[in-house]
Design a protein around this ligand. Structure first.
Ligand SMILES: Cc1cc2nc3c(=O)[nH]c(=O)nc-3n(C[C@H](O)[C@H](O)[C@H](O)COP(=O)(O)OP(=O)(O)OC[C@H]3O[C@@H](n4cnc5c(N)ncnc54)[C@H](O)[C@@H]3O)c2cc1C
Length: 381
């Protein structure tokens, strides 16, 4: 990102304790955590609340990551996996607190999730994942047969999971935080001088005590530090017109997480995923557009697994996720800028990991606390 002398040349600056960049799940949850610190908080977003991935996702609050739990142990180690899965369970518990405090303005329910096996090989993997979940003290019910009767091979049920309207969730967190939101205000540059951070934006120059970047997929555009650590990755979704009756009571998740589906709160069928069929086209892009090939794969899947869903498709959309290089969220401060923190790289799991990751990001930024398995210090070992 560069900026001309005419785009941001404000004669006076505005002081703020904490400036959060990005008004998605990460930024609004960070603002809510910051309230307990007694800081004046401003959130700035180039668009508006929940206009990035946070307003385009499937609304699944699923415990875990994009890797099955036993595979995570192989990849990250036993202790880190335990930390990550409990961070996820705590994040979902946090969303429920927000939903309860919102007094009915956030649509959400605890319908649970079903991790479904598309093949015998995936069933084997799911069985081992369930064993690992039990070992970590997390609830998981093993189904040896397809609980949906739709040709899946087996399933793991996670009863504490649920679905939420993600836009309403972000709006509720913004309201509950008391933070000021400045929309339509792109951040052009962030520079720390001594203990003050100067932030050039479209409408203001800020002098902040602290800055927290919650810019996920767009982070590499803002600072080169993220260039080799966060890759923008596109995802595709479709939603039908309302159905006469529900066809699935849980959040369904299969093909190693590449396919996901549920009923919406107004009785439509939502289906997303299929990115893995055209990986190279959906990788390394911030372009918000439909990919007809991926959308055709969604249509095919709908016809094969849910032939009883005959209602026409009402809307199709895309969204841009921030994939980290090792699949884990990243919390830290920028090189040579200890007052500029970040919580990014949710790798398609912001509703699974968001709230407790941003809590750790704030603790790191304000108090120097280590962020556990999501600490970006792992890249420098
Ligand atoms: C189709 C789809 C389905 C998904 N389904 C699920 C799901 O079911 N469950 C789940 O857990 N996760 C899901 N995800 C992932 C989830 O949506 C993300 O992990 C989460 O929204 C990340 O939140 P965020 O706040 O970090 O990012 P975002 O919501 O993308 O927010 C980043 C914000 O930063 C702003 N910004 C960026 N750069 C600047 C700048 N320079 N100046 C000012 N503002 C800036 C952007 O405008 C944006 O609002 C899905 C994602 C997609 C796209």
């Amino acid at each position: 990102m560069t900026v001309s002398i005419w785009q941001s040349n404000h004669p006076s600056s505005r002081d703020v304790d904490l400036l959060i960049v990005g008004a998605g799940l990460a930024g609004t949850s960070a603002a809510l955590h910051a309230r307990a610190e007694g800081l004046t908080v401003v959130i700035t977003d180039q668009a508006d609340v929940a206009q990035g991935a946070s307003g385009r996702n499937a609304g699944f609050m699923i415990t875990g990551l994009d890797t099955f739990a036993h595979r995570a142990v192989e990849k990250y180690g036993e202790e880190q996996t335990r930390d990550l899965w409990h961070l996820s369970a705590d994040t979902i518990a946090f969303w429920w607190q927000v939903v309860d405090a919102a007094g009915g303005s956030v649509q959400a329910d605890r319908r649970g999730s079903l991790l479904l096996a598309e093949s015998e090989a995936e069933a084997e993997e799911l069985y081992r994942a369930a064993q690992q979940l039990h070992k970590m003290g997390l609830p998981a019910i093993w189904h040896e047969r397809d609980p949906l009767g739709r040709g899946y091979c087996a399933a793991v049920e996670q009863p504490n999971d649920g679905a939420v309207n993600p836009v309403q969730l972000c709006e509720a967190m913004l309201a509950q935080s008391g933070a000021e939101l400045i929309g339509g205000n792109e951040v052009y540059s962030v520079q720390q001088d001594g203990d003050r951070v100067t932030v050039l934006t479209r409408k203001h120059t800020f002098k902040a005590r602290y800055v927290l970047l919650c810019t996920n997929a767009y982070s590499p555009l803002l600072h080169p530090y993220f260039g080799d650590k966060v890759t923008p990755t596109r995802a595709q979704v479709l939603v039908t017109e309302p159905l006469p009756a529900s066809v699935i009571e849980a959040c369904g998740y299969s093909d190693y997480g590449y396919m996901y589906y549920r009923m919406t709160f107004d009785g439509r069928f939502l289906l997303g995923g299929a990115r893995h069929h055209y990986r190279e086209q959906e990788h390394d892009t911030t372009e918000d557009r439909l990919n007809p090939r991926v959308q055709a794969k969604l249509d095919e899947y709908l016809a094969r697994r849910f032939p009883d869903v005959t209602a026409p498709v009402a809307r199709r959309w895309a969204g841009i996720m921030g994939f980290s290089v090792d699949g884990l969220p990243m919390v830290g401060t920028l090189p040579a800028m200890d007052r500029v923190g970040f919580a990014v790289g949710f790798t398609g799991h912001g509703l699974s990991m968001g709230a407790m990751t941003t809590k750790r990001a704030l603790a790191k930024l304000l108090h120097g606390a280590h962020a556990g398995a999501v600490d970006a210090g792992r890249f420098y070992k």
